[in-house]
Design a protein around this ligand. Structure first.
Ligand SMILES: [Zn+2]
Length: 122
């Protein structure tokens, strides 16, 4: 008998206002490294949401993958940006529902900033 594999159910459209969808791959960046990275990206983005341009407090913002890891995005800073919680929740929900990168997000570019060429993820 074949070994049972654990299949995660597809994420459904849920109210994610409080619950952050967990994409397993995002755990590659975690802990204090993630906090430092989040701050650096937030500074690069001048403390603004990259989708709606709203000014966001560091602690109220989300470090997000413009193209989610599950859709082939990577952990480079060219693929990381700051989103407000509303945009982040909406983007996550649309991605989960569509099963593909969010078209709204792709209309926005990651701001040019002080890139750190040596950053190769964690
Ligand atoms: Zn926003």
């Amino acid at each position: 008998m074949a070994k049972l594999t654990t299949l995660k159910p597809r994420l459904k459209v849920i109210d994610t206002r409080r619950i952050k969808p967990v994409y397993g791959e995002q755990r590659r960046i975690s802990g204090s490294a993630r906090v430092g990275l989040k701050r650096r990206i937030w500074v690069r983005d001048a403390g603004h949401c990259c989708m709606c341009s709203r000014a966001v407090d560091l602690h109220e913002s989300e470090l997000d993958h413009r193209i989610a890891l599950q859709f082939g995005g990577d952990n480079s800073e060219r693929n990381l940006w700051t989103l407000c919680t509303d945009c982040h929740d909406g983007k996550s929900a649309r991605e989960a529902a569509a099963g593909q990168p969010d078209e709204e997000a792709l209309k926005h570019a990651v701001p040019e900033g002080n890139q750190v060429p040596g950053f190769v993820g964690l």
